[in-house]
Structures are given as C-alpha cells and as structure tokens.
Ligand binder design. Structure first.
Ligand SMILES: O=C(CO)[C@H](O)[C@H](O)COP(=O)(O)O
Length: 226
C-alpha cells in the first residue's frame, strides 16, 4: 500500500447511501474510485459527477452510476486530489490541474457541500509554487496572454502533450504553467489571473477544502478538518 492508495481508500468512509459524489481526477482518485466501485458492487447507492473525461471513462468501466453536473441540484461531497496543499490560518490553499482538469474540478468543487482532498504526504508544502501553477486559457491569441504573464514575471510555459503538440483540456483550451515561487498571496493572485482576458480558470483552489486526508508512504493516514 502506498500513500495515494491509503488516502484514496480512506475517503470512501465519507460516502453514505444515496449521496451524489463529485469524482475528482488523477492517480490518487484512481484508488478512491476502485474502493468506491467495490462498495457500489456490494449495494451502496451513489451517483457520481465526474470532473474529466478520464474519470468518466474509469467510472463507467467500474460501473459507478453517473449524472451530468447540469442535473445535480446538489453534490453532497467531492473527493479530489491536489498537486500542492498549504495550510495557513486554519484554511487550506492549494494548486490543482497537474492532470489538466482544473476547470471541471473547480466547477464540481464549487457545487459541492463538502470538499475532501486526498493525497500522499509529498503534496503538503510550506509555501505554494514549486509546482507550476496551471492556467487554462483560450487558444485564440494565447501568445498575447503568454507575453503579458511573462511581463509580470510569471514565466508561463505552454503545456505540451507527449507528441509535442499543445496539450488540450477537455474544453479544448490550452494550459500555461506558471513557473515562479513562492506564491505568497494566493488570494490576490487568483483575483489578478481571473481578471486577465483569455484566462478561463487557474489552478489556485483557495479556501475550497474542508477535509484533507493525507497518507505516508507506509500508509499511515491523517485526517484534518477545516
Ligand atoms: O488536479 C488534478 C488533475 O487536474 C489532480 O487532482 C492532481 O494533479 C493530483 O493528481 P495525482 O493524484 O495524480 O497526484
């Protein structure tokens, strides 16, 4: 058992019969989905709302019933991974979008009553920014935005797929990964990025998480509530 598996499996304890569950994206969520599918096979009734095409494919393969975000009048809980987790003044701040799903992840997280992050302990940091901050941008004229971000000292790098073509999100947008650290003012940076025309969403998830489930490489799990 590794940390991702331990954290992912523990998250299933938060899923109760009848819940509508936001299903995050990534390799930690993979373990959560495996554990959830087992419970579903045993009779647990849940409906998932996915945050990416990747998660949709996996959930279908695992026979987890799904509904569209449009149909979900409420989401009881959303379980997702994170790339960096930083706690300050009793709140959780973080970076997400390493897997490119930040837009849908944020939409589902914002619709959820409770947000739970699952991660191995390598994701906890004492300052944000070592992990490049993903910013999803429209394709049209994206180099204008790239230049504007560079001028502000954010060192944007266009994300590319393995074949070197620009990486495309599930919405067909590009991602600029901002390479600078530390991010000392995540709230101000989030506002600044949101105000730049062409930015669709950024990977700062500020004060959007109520529970963290973090596990060590040997599988020891710590749960914290915020
Ligand atoms: O934000 C994400 C995808 O967009 C993931 O939640 C994040 O990258 C963590 O992934 P993993 O669990 O594979 O380390």
């Amino acid at each position: 058992m590794n940390g991702k598996q331990a954290a992912g499996e523990r998250a299933v304890d938060y899923i109760k019969d009848g819940m509508i569950v936001g299903l995050g994206t990534g390799s930690t969520v993979f373990y959560f989905l495996q554990a959830l599918a087992k419970k579903v096979a045993e009779g647990l009734q849940v409906t998932g709302v996915v945050t990416s095409m990747q998660t949709a494919a996996l959930a279908k393969e695992l026979n987890i019933p799904l509904m569209d975000l449009n149909e979900a009048t409420t989401i009881d809980v959303c379980i997702d991974g994170a790339d960096e987790i930083f706690v300050a003044d009793g709140s959780v701040y973080g970076i997400k979008g390493g897997g490119g799903a930040l837009l849908f992840e944020k939409l589902v997280a914002e619709a959820a009553q409770q947000r739970i992050w699952i991660a191995d302990e390598s994701k906890t940091v004492t300052q944000l920014g070592a992990f490049g901050l993903p910013v999803e941008v429209v394709q049209f004229g994206y180099q204008q935005l790239e230049r504007a971000l560079a001028k502000r000292g954010y060192n944007p790098v266009l994300r590319r797929s393995a074949d070197e073509t620009p990486y495309l999100t599930d919405s067909g947008n590009y991602i600029l990964d901002l390479q600078f650290e530390p991010i000392t003012e995540p709230l101000a940076l989030a506002t600044e990025l949101k105000h730049m025309t062409g930015v669709v969403e950024h990977g700062l998830f500020n004060q959007m998480t109520e529970v963290t489930i973090i596990a060590t490489a040997t599988g020891a799990v710590s749960v914290a509530t915020f």
